[in-house]
Every structure is written in C-alpha cells, then in structure tokens.
Design a protein around this ligand. Structure first.
Ligand SMILES: [Zn+2]
Ligand SMILES: [Zn+2]
Length: 432
C-alpha cells in the first residue's frame, strides 16, 4: 500500500482543493442546518446533496433505501473506498442562537415537533460533498473507485440497513474498506481514533405489562400494573449490579414508564421503554434475555392476567474498528494533520448504525465482513476548549455540551475543514 498522504505535496494539494471548495461547502452546510428533517423524511436534504454531487461530475443515484444518495467517482483500476455521511435531524428546539438556526417544525403522531440538526449530521454530509470536490480535483493522484453515500435515518438505526436491503453493494460496488466520522466535543482541528470496541450495541425495547383495571378504592378486585411496573424497574437494577461481570460496561435505563390517568383509577396496563447498551454482542443478548425473564417473573408474581408483550423498537450492533485499518488511516491523518492533532478516542456509550455496513451477518449482505474505520472530529473552538476544566478529552468532555443538546453546535470553520480533509486523507491512504 503506498502512503501518498505522507507526501508533503499531497498534503498541500488536499489543503488547496479544500480551500477551493470551502465556501461552497460552507454555504451548503448552512442551508442543510437551517432545514433539518426527521429520519426517512430527508427529502429536501438528499435532493440538495444529490444536486451538489452531480454538479461535481459524480454518477449519482437517488432514493436508495428511502432517501439515501449514492455517488460514484470512478478513476481507473484500484480498490473501492466507501465514505459515509448521514443526513437526519432530531426533534429538538434549537437554542444555539446562530443566524442560520432552524425554526422548522414537523407534524408527527406526537403532534408538532421542533427540528434541529443537534447531532451534526448536516456537517457529516456536507463533508462528503467537500471530499468529493477534493478528490475530483486530485484525480491524477489516485486510482480506484470512490463510493460516497449520504445515509438516511441514523438516529433510529434504520438507514444503514435500508440502504443495504436496497442492494447497495449489489447495485453499485462492494467496498474494500468503509470510512465514516462523527463530530464530538474535542478540540476543533483534532481527530480521534480507536481500534476495536468504540461505540456500544444498543437495543430500545418497548414492554407492555397487563393488569386488570378498576376503582382505586377496591384494589382487591383489580390487578394493579403500576405496582408490577414499580417492582420491574427496581428489579432491573440487579442485572448490571449482580448479573454482569464488573469488568464489562452495560447500561440498562428505563427511559419511559407510563400508566394511568388519575388517582382514583387503577389502570389496565403499564408501558415501559428500556434502553440497553453494551460492547459485547453475546453479553448484550444475555442482558436482553435477563430483562425478559425478570419482567415475566414479576408479572407472574403480581397476578398479571396475561404475559407481558415485548417489542424491539430499534437496535444496532457494537462498533468495532478494524485494528489494521485504523492504524493505516491514523498514520495518514498523522501525516496530514501532524501527530499533535491526533488523540486517543475514549470508548463511547453512544451507538451508531454505521457498523451494519461492515457486518456481513447483521448487515444482511453475506460473504466476508468489510473492515471499517470510524473516527471522531473535534468540534469545540480553541478558546472554549482552553476555558473548559479538566485534562484531556475524556475529562473535558464531561463539561461540554454533547450532541443532542439544544445548544450543541459543531459546524465551525475549523471542524468543517477538518472533516473534509480527514475524509480525503483517509480515502487517499487506500487509493493513493
Ligand atoms: Zn445522534
Ligand atoms: Zn450522530
């Protein structure tokens, strides 16, 4: 594998191409930011991105897996490198005070909700366009195929599978390596890497507990699902403390507990939503099984008239970066940004549907797994970073807004530029 990214001329060339594309990409970013859309409803966003990629001369296909966009830049013999950005936004009211802040809302089954790009997916997909521009301008420096995708519905872990199920690898190309990135509260201009387990597997589970409702004054004639649910919530706490080995990281959170309408009515049922996270797929299945066992037993103990119902709302697998590929990309990033601008990424309890693209089994595409590298780009401006207490990324991160906060804003110039250059240098590490 040649290491062109270490070539000082190439470093300068990437910088110059990024300079040339920057204003256009920044304008695109601001446009996307102002117009957030919910998962699988990224119609305007994907149309805008497809148009921008077409203008750069790429072969663009719309509507892959719903609103997904696939763009190919073919440049002779060589490997296929897939770069992934995501597009969806969140039901959050933006409080950043930016002059291009979102004021959009959407109608959902829960009524009107405000919308915000609070996870920076607008930044990721803008960086994909920026990288396309850089790579199109550097064609004499590389050969192979660059496959760029803008993915819908990451926030509900739906878009990666939707694109794969729509024949992403059969219709376009099967990549040799997959690269992705996410912004985070680290110093803008820095890039973080981690080999192996990097983000958690996640399951969101809905549980319906059945009781027998009645008058609040006559509990003996009812089966009270509120009491059963209360026992369930308490008993679930024993999974992490008593059933999981202490060296493992597992989270079990009951994020929703809903029953009843008023004080003098014993309700008929109680509904829970449970969030489970871990870094080991086998352990993850064991924890989900424990949750079901405990809830079934509590329902029986509480005389529930019928068994509880479980429904997986959505789930994703753990993100395990390929060690060899991480080293390869990290070394290209080191050559491009300087070693001082790289950091060791701490493990995150957050989750992603990106790993489906690399997992033959979970992604449902068969054959061998595909190695992938998912890195992190710092989004905190220098001044803010210096003023934040703590040493290093893990400590400072606790004092900074995280993605999904109404105040979170990763789209400063340095971060946008770093995201473009990190993707271009990463791709060139394979195609150069
Ligand atoms: Zn998010
Ligand atoms: Zn995100």
């Amino acid at each position: 594998m040649t290491m062109h990214a270490q070539d000082p001329d190439l470093k300068e060339a990437i910088g110059a191409q990024t300079d040339a594309a920057f204003e256009t990409v920044q304008a695109l970013y601001r446009q996307l930011h102002q117009y957030p859309e919910l998962p699988f409803q990224e119609h305007a966003t994907s149309a805008r991105l497809a148009e921008a990629l077409e203008q750069l001369g790429l072969e663009v296909t719309r509507g892959v897996g719903g609103t997904g966009v696939v763009a190919l830049l073919r440049n002779g013999e060589g490997p296929t490198v897939m770069l992934r950005g995501d597009m969806d936004a969140l039901p959050i009211k933006e409080e950043t005070g930016l002059d291009y802040a979102s004021t959009r809302t959407a109608e959902t089954e829960n009524g009107t909700v405000p919308l915000m790009h609070a996870c920076g997916h607008d930044l990721h997909s803008s960086c994909v366009v920026g990288t396309a521009a850089v790579m199109a301008g550097l064609k004499e420096h590389w050969s192979g195929t660059l496959m760029l995708i803008c993915q819908p519905a990451e926030e509900i872990f739906g878009g990666a599978r939707a694109m794969l199920d729509d024949g992403l690898y059969e219709r376009f190309a099967r990549p040799d390596v997959i690269l992705g990135q996410h912004n985070m509260p680290a110093l803008a201009g820095t890039v973080g890497h981690r080999a192996g387990g990097t983000m958690a597997a996640c399951t969101n589970l809905s549980v319906m507990i059945h009781g027998a409702g009645g008058h609040g004054s006559m509990p003996a004639q009812t089966v009270d699902p509120v009491v059963i649910a209360a026992h369930v919530v308490t008993r679930l706490q024993t999974i992490v403390s008593r059933e999981v080995p202490p060296e493992e990281t597992v989270v079990v959170t009951v994020g929703k507990l809903h029953a009843g309408t008023q004080a003098n009515i014993i309700p008929h049922s109680a509904e829970l939503e449970i969030n489970i996270r871990s870094f080991d797929d086998a352990l993850h299945r064991q924890v989900v099984a424990s949750i079901e066992r405990i809830i079934q037993a509590e329902c029986e103990a509480g005389r529930s008239p019928k068994p509880p119902e479980f429904r997986v709302l959505n789930e994703t697998i753990a993100l395990h970066n390929d060690a060899t590929a991480v080293e390869h990309v990290r070394s290209a990033h080191g050559a491009h940004f300087g070693e001082a601008n790289l950091y060791a990424m701490p493990r995150l309890n957050g989750s992603e549907d990106f790993p489906f693209f690399g997992s033959a089994e979970a992604g449902g595409f068969g054959g061998e797994d595909i190695p992938y590298v998912y890195w992190f780009i710092g989004a905190t401006p220098e001044e803010r970073w210096q003023a934040t207490p703590g040493n290093g990324v893990a400590e400072k991160m606790r004092h900074l807004e995280m993605p999904h906060s109404p105040y979170y804003f990763p789209g400063n110039e340095v971060t946008l530029r770093t995201g473009i250059e990190a993707m271009a240098a990463g791709a060139l590490a394979y195609l150069g």
